[in-house]
Every structure is written in structure tokens, then in C-alpha cells.
Design a protein around this ligand. Structure first.
Ligand SMILES: Cc1cc2nc3c(=O)[nH]c(=O)nc-3n(C[C@H](O)[C@H](O)[C@H](O)COP(=O)(O)OP(=O)(O)OC[C@H]3O[C@@H](n4cnc5c(N)ncnc54)[C@H](O)[C@@H]3O)c2cc1C
Length: 435
């Protein structure tokens, strides 16, 4: 293959990826007086957050909800003067368990989940006494290989309880729970002091005023970002690193921060190769390979929430907006390859199982799992990732560092974790080479 080397640029730090992790690191380093170039493959910033106009209004295609238990994103919102907007509080719940549909008060559904989830999560603070230091209790090694379904099976609960509990966790993992790490579930709940209901509130209640776009644009201001530039190779040693883009452009820096999701990391060749545990984690990927879809249904609906079975094409939906006399729902399913969101009939059939009497008139979605620049939705770990791979990704490899929600200590899987890891990477670079 012939390559054209078009140019070489130099900076103190090159950052690969203009999501929340990359742009946090870039801002911190620029403010500390370092020259920084951010190289981004997409034609926009924000990565797995994307406020786009679809179905006639702005919709968050990726990351959306934030929470007051998330210190890093909350601080950024305060810094830029952004408040919150709230999702509607559901008045009715529909759920499927023990072979039939149930309808009732959302509090009843929460109470029924609580009956078993409280026991499942009761040791979250014992295993994670310091939730932002996930290895604080060495005992986690004993349980990190345990898949979540094994712990659910040990509860010896009724089929009814098992159905709703499994679906609740398939929703949180946005993937099949057979591959889900029990420790990952415990970490989420430890971050809200052992209270799973607050952790659930963190996932679907408060949105950023003006959307994620308002925050990411504020954080990006003044940063040198090269859009439409796909990185294909990184060569690194203790003295520095060279980043090569698909068009042959070269970037040379004292440090490189790679913020790619685990699912996109295969797109870059590293020389020397990454440590074995990182390579293994990259080849396995995250559990989260599901779908998020915005579904417009005809007419105005009172706010509801719906939970199906763990392996349904869509296992969760809730009302989000009234729009021009119609209602826009947000829905999730555990496997993006099993639902063609461009086929309204398929979406209608999937939604019919969840909610009675809807007429689907439009769908908006993005397949983050099939997208080579993400390869996953919100990062949710497999058994063993925490004890075998996470710390290795966090350790600088000479001049190469990793940042991103996939490699965070605290709210990994969330915008908060991306910001946390961007701060960590920027500080590590400043410590390594004081100005
Ligand atoms: C459907 C969905 C729903 C979610 N819901 C929530 C939520 O409600 N709340 C919440 O807090 N979080 C949520 N998340 C998770 C949250 O969006 C992410 O954790 C966070 O945005 C990740 O930021 P990041 O910077 O670590 O990674 P990313 O945002 O993925 O940034 C990495 C960047 O690297 C770029 N890139 C990839 N490959 C290359 C390459 N070869 N060369 C150059 N650039 C490259 C990508 O284009 C991307 O811009 C959700 C995510 C998804 C997908």
C-alpha cells in the first residue's frame, strides 16, 4: 500500500478523540500552558453524546442524564452556569413478569424490584467502601470473575421477581447480562451509598439544560480540534509519541492521550503493542451492545414507564416529550443487531409487547454498537475487567496515556467518568513534565 505523508505537526500533547474525556484533558492542559491538538474522526465533537434534531425536535442520541451524585459533571455544569431539565415523572407502569403483563403504580414496580435488588446489592459498600478507589477492598478479586446472573440465581427468588430483576439489569448493562460483571453492578450502587433507587434515578431523571451540546461546546471553547481526522496508528516510547492519521498526516508530541472507547480501540495499531491484559479486554469488548431509540407515537399519552423481559428487542420505554400532539418515548434494548430501527413495523411489534395501544409514527436512533468509532454504548464491564484490565489502562505506557469513560474510577459508563478520567490524564502529564 502506498501512503502519502502530507505533514507533521508538533504539540506538547496530542489527544485522540473529542468526547468529554478528550476535551476535559485538552482544556486542563491548555490552561496549564501546554500546546494541545485534539484529533477527532467524526465531523463533530461530543463523541457518544450527540444532541441532534430528529423527529422535529432536539433529541439526545447518546448520553443524556446526569445527577447530583456525579461530582465531575456537576462541577462542570456549575462552572458554565448550566442547570437541569427533568424527565417526566411516570404515572403508570407496565411490566411483564411470570408470563403476563402487569399494569399499576410505578411505585409498585419499584417496590417489587426492591424486594430482591436490595439483597443483591447489600454488599456494595463492603466491596466498594471508597467508590472512587475501586480496588480499596482487595476482596473484590474474589468476586470480580462472578457473572451477575450467578448472584441472581443464588437469591432463590420467584420467577416473577427474577424476570423484573434480570430485565432491570439488562437495561442498566444495555446488553445481555450473561456477560455482565457482578462487580460493575455493585460499583454503580456503591456510588449512591448503596441505594440502588438513587443510582437508577441517576440514569434517567435529570438532563443538562441546553443538552449535552451546551456543556461540550463550553468545554471545547478555544481548543485546537481537527475534525474528520481518523487516527490509525500510534508509535510511542518514553521520549514521546507519533500519531498517524488515515490520510497520512503525522502528529508528534511529548504525550498522547488516547480516549477511544474499548470497542473502537481495534481501529488503531499501537507500537509497541499494548500490554496483554489490555489487548484481551479490547478483543472481548464491553457488554453494552444495545440500542437506544426515540419513538414517536401518535397522540398525547400520560407519562408512563414500561419494563419488558431481559431479552426482548426493547426491554424498557418511558415517555419523554409531548410534541405537536404526539408523544416521544425513549426506549432501550439489549442487542442492537436484533432490531432494525429503520423498519417501523419491527419497532411497532417490539413496542406492542411493552406498552398497549401505541401507533408508532417515527423512530430516531444511532447504532453505536455497529459504529466503528464507538463499538459499544455506555461502557459496562465483563467479569475480570476491573481486576485485570482497568488499572493497566490507567497506568501510563511511556508517553501514551488512556482516558475515557471506559477507564474511569468512579462513574465509568457515564459522562461523569469521562470527565474524571480526562482530569486524571491531564494531571498525570503535568506531574510527569512539570512546566
Ligand atoms: C446510547 C447511549 C446512552 C448513554 N446514556 C448516558 C446517560 O444518560 N448519562 C451518562 O452520563 N452517560 C451516558 N452514556 C455514556 C456517555 O455518553 C459516555 O460514557 C461518554 O460520553 C464517553 O465519553 P468519552 O470521552 O470517554 O468517549 P467518547 O465520547 O466515545 O469519545 C471518544 C472519541 O474518540 C473518537 N474516535 C474514535 N476512534 C477514533 C479514531 N480512530 N481516530 C480519531 N478519533 C476517534 C470518537 O469519534 C469520539 O468522539 C450513554 C452513551 C450512549 C451511547
Amino acid at each position: 500500500m502506498t501512503e502519502t505523508i502530507s505533514r507533521t505537526e508538533h504539540a506538547d500533547v496530542v489527544i485522540i478523540g473529542a468526547g468529554f474525556a478528550g476535551l476535559t484533558a485538552a482544556r486542563e492542559l491548555r490552561q496549564a500552558g501546554r500546546s494541545v491538538i485534539v484529533v477527532e474522526a467524526r465531523n463533530r465533537i461530543g463523541g457518544r453524546t450527540w444532541l441532534d434534531t430528529r423527529l422535529g425536535r432536539p433529541l439526545e442520541i447518546g448520553g443524556t442524564w446526569v445527577h447530583w451524585t456525579q461530582p465531575y459533571v456537576w462541577a462542570e455544569m456549575t462552572r458554565y452556569g448550566l442547570g437541569t431539565a427533568q424527565s417526566p415523572v411516570p404515572e403508570t407502569a407496565y411490566w411483564w413478569a411470570d408470563g403476563k403483563r402487569h399494569q399499576g403504580d410505578p411505585e409498585q414496580l419499584l417496590g417489587d424490584i426492591d424486594a430482591s435488588n436490595r439483597t443483591l446489592m447489600e454488599e456494595s459498600r463492603r466491596y466498594f467502601p471508597e467508590p472512587f478507589t475501586p480496588w480499596a477492598n482487595p476482596d473484590i478479586k474474589e468476586i470480580d470473575a462472578t457473572p451477575l446472573p450467578k448472584k441472581i440465581a443464588e437469591l432463590q427468588i420467584t420467577d416473577y421477581s427474577k424476570d423484573i430483576l434480570e430485565s432491570f439489569w439488562a437495561l442498566n448493562f444495555n446488553g445481555p447480562i450473561d456477560d455482565a460483571a457482578f462487580t460493575q453492578a455493585l460499583r454503580w450502587v456503591a456510588l449512591t451509598n448503596g441505594d440502588w433507587m438513587v443510582s437508577f434515578e441517576a440514569c434517567a431523571t435529570f438532563k443538562i439544560q441546553g443538552g449535552t451540546e451546551a456543556l461540550i461546546q463550553a468545554m471545547a471553547a478555544g481548543t485546537d480540534i481537527r475534525l474528520n481526522e481518523t487516527v490509525v496508528a500510534v508509535k510511542y516510547d518514553d521520549a514521546g509519541a507519533t500519531v498517524r492519521a488515515a490520510d497520512g498526516s503525522l502528529y508528534r508530541a511529548n504525550h498522547v492521550v488516547c480516549t477511544l472507547p474499548l470497542g473502537a480501540m481495534g481501529g488503531i495499531s499501537f507500537e509497541p503493542p499494548l500490554p496483554e491484559s489490555s489487548t484481551k479486554a479490547i478483543s472481548e469488548g464491553q457488554v453494552s451492545r444495545g440500542i437506544k431509540a426515540w419513538i414517536k407515537v401518535k397522540g398525547t399519552r400520560r407519562p408512563f414507564v414500561a419494563l419488558g423481559l431481559a431479552d426482548w428487542q426493547l426491554n424498557f420505554a418511558q415517555t419523554e416529550y409531548d410534541h405537536d400532539g404526539d408523544t416521544i418515548l425513549v426506549a432501550f434494548g439489549p442487542d442492537s443487531s436484533r432490531l432494525d430501527v429503520t423498519d417501523l413495523r419491527q419497532v411497532q411489534a417490539a413496542l406492542d409487547l411493552l406498552v398497549p395501544e401505541t401507533e408508532v409514527v417515527g423512530v430516531a436512533s444511532h447504532d453505536w454498537t455497529a459504529d466503528p468509532l464507538s463499538g459499544e454504548t455506555w461502557p459496562m464491564h465483563r467479569p475480570g475487567y476491573l481486576s485485570e484490565a482497568l488499572a493497566v489502562f490507567q497506568k501510563p505506557q511511556g508517553s501514551l496515556l488512556f482516558a475515557g469513560s471506559d477507564y474511569a474510577n468512579g462513574w465509568g459508563g457515564f459522562i461523569d467518568g469521562a470527565i474524571e478520567s480526562g482530569l486524571e490524564a491531564a494531571r498525570a502529564i503535568q506531574d510527569a513534565t512539570p512546566a
